[in-house]
Write a protein that binds this ligand. Sequence first.
Ligand code: EPZ
Length: 423
Amino acid sequence: MDKLIIEGGNRLVGTVKVSGAKNSALPLMAATLLTGGEFTLTNVPGLKDIETFSTLLSHFGAKVSENIDNTVTIDTTNVNQTDAPYELVKTMRASVLALGPLLARFKKARVSMPGGCAIGARPIDIHLKGLEALGAKVEVEHGYVIVSAEELTGADIALDFPTVTGTANLMLAAVFAKGTTTITGAAKEPEIEDLERALTDMGAKVEGAGTDTIKITGVEADALRAIEYRVMPDRIEAGTFMVAAAMTTGNVLIEDCPKDNLQALIEKLKSSGAKITTEAGGLRVTGDKPIKSVDITTAPYPGFPTDMQAQMMAMMTISSGLSVISETIFENRFMHVAELRRMGAKIRTDKKNAVINGVRELSGAEIMATDLRASASLVLAGLVANGKTTISRIYHLDRGYEKIEDKLNKLGADIKRVHNDNK
Ligand code: EPZ
């Protein structure tokens, strides 16, 4: 398994371009299952999770090109399978997004229950309750979710929690449902708006994305056509680079930065002393010392994103005071804490809260990545630590960041990837 070796202490200076959003590309790839034709998705990030979803689509009978120059073509004309096996689903929970479109197009689907993952149990009960509301029969047996319906009928669906992939799944499932479907308590994430834009371009009738009420008016199956669509930029990758610039007292211009989708993070970075300005080419982040400590509570969009919690914690470990970080979305999203402690961070946690006492400097150490955003926070800590940091199990990182070490090295970091095939 690959490792990253980071020599800390370099300021990041220069320009970095944000890749397409993983959490938009995945639902968009699922949406191609709704109709036969050749789709072209551009600005698709080169990530493990995208490869996994491509394999899943191929398993259903789609013809999926390699991701060359961030472009993927997906021909769904011959999709004839509605079964997603455990082997494929266990590596990526977002496979559950296949349920909605397969049910909509074929009136049946059988998808392995996504297991939990490092950050939490991550149930899909809200997804399934919504599918039942549309008239689907939902069974769970032998680790599989089996859904079927004579026909799907528009319904009023109130979500108990604004689940992001749950909202996407139900939008996809409702596209052909007879009549109108209203999803209240919907996720307001920008990636849901990206999905609405693509579905509308395809000929579906969807409105309200970005608010907590989304309305889908059912259309006939032949109303939909394959499209070309550009994936929106990744706000979490952008946010990760913003924190990297601030932590290293760097000066970085972030190109294609979706700043309107990062207001909560921008506020916190400004409170911590970073300077953030908008330029023609993007958003410029200039770090300054001392880093002031700020308190963070994660919340559904537009609140502070849970996917940026670990990265902000890395920054707070070298802040000038005490900060409290509360994680309200996932029950086990402090896996990075033990690893940051190995680098000298002073952090105490209870279930939902972490109290961080800033230290003058972290020290490089051998540490281990445990999940996607935790691994990003370890890279950030390595950038500022005194000496060498070795991060193992960085396959977690490759799921959500395209060539992160190349992008950071271009800004002046000193990161080497070591291939360790034998362990
Ligand atoms: C999406 O996951 C993202 N993944 C996650 O990003 C992100 O952290 C999360 O939304 C929250 O913003 C993708 O979009 C592919 P949820 P998702 O359903 O949809 C509970 C990353 O790092 N819940 O909004 O799985 C659940 O347990 C990843 O890129 C139910 O109880 O998240 C959790 O506590 C990590 N029942 C909370 O809601 C359900 O049916 C949020 O989950 C569904 C969810």
